[in-house]
Design a protein around this ligand. Sequence first.
Ligand code: HEM
Length: 250
Amino acid sequence: MEADHRCLLNERNQITDCDLSEQIKAVTKESHVQAENTKVMLAFQRGQLTLQQYKLLLCSLYKIYEALEEELDRNSSHDGVAPIYFPQELARLESIKKDLEHFYGADWKEQLTVPAATLRYAQRLREIGRKHPEYLVAHAYTRYLGDLSGGQVLGRIAQKSLGLKNGEGLSFFSFPAVSSPNLFKQLYRSRMNSITLTELQREGVLQEAVRAFNFNIQVFEELQNLLSTSEETELRQRHKTHSPKMSDAG
Ligand code: HEM
C-alpha cells in the first residue's frame, strides 16, 4: 500500500512524522519523474535504445557501482550502513563486468568511456564514504531499489529490443539471490527505517537522495549529448564520402 499520505509537512515545509523509507520516496518523487523522462530512459522504455547507448550506459554504471560498492564495503560496520548492507543479494559490479566483457571483449577496461558527469557522481560517492557514511543509504536506495523496480521491466525490454539471447549482456538486471523483488524491497525499507539518525543527519540523507537522482539525470543527459554529437559526426562523415563537392570531382 502507498503510504506517502502519512508524511506531513511542518511549518518549514519539511516532511515529518513518517519513516525514512516513506520520506525518501516522497522527497524524490519529482526527481523520479524527471529521471524517467530523460531521453535515454524514454528510448529505453520504448524499446528504442541502441546497442551503442546500452554499452555506454554500462560503462557509466561500472564506475558508479565501483565507487558505491567500495564505499559500502569499507563502511559495512558503520551504524548507518550495516542494516542496509546486502552485498550477496545486491552487489552489481561483477555482473556489470560480465556484461562489459561480453560486449567489448577481454580488454573492456581499456575501452571504457567515462563521461564527466559519471566521474562527478563517483567522486561524490567516495567523498561521502569518507566524510558522511550515513549518507550512503541515500545512494544505495536510489540505485538498488530502482534496479529492483523499474529496472526489472527495463531488463526485459532490453533483451527484446537489443535481441540479446540467453541473458548475455544482461547480467546487470538479474538478481539471482533475490527471489522476490517486492518482498526484498519491503525488507530493505524496514532496514532503512531501523537506522538511527539525528534530525540533522536525516535531513542530510534526504537531500543526498535528491542529489543522487540528479547525478543519475546528469549522467543520462551527458550520454545523450555524447551520442548526438557522435551521430552528427558520423552523418557528416557519411555525407562527405557519399556526396563529393563539385571541386572534389576534379
Ligand atoms: C521505483 C519505474 C527509472 C529509482 C519504481 C517503480 C516503478 C519505476 C514502476 C515502482 C514504484 C512503486 O513501487 O511505487 C521506472 C521506470 C524508469 C525508472 C519506468 C525509467 C525508464 C529510475 C531511475 C532511478 C529510479 C533512473 C534512479 C536512478 C527508483 C527508486 C524506486 C523506484 C529508488 C523505489 C521507490 C520506493 O519504493 O521508495 N520505478 N523507474 N528509477 N525507482 Fe524507478
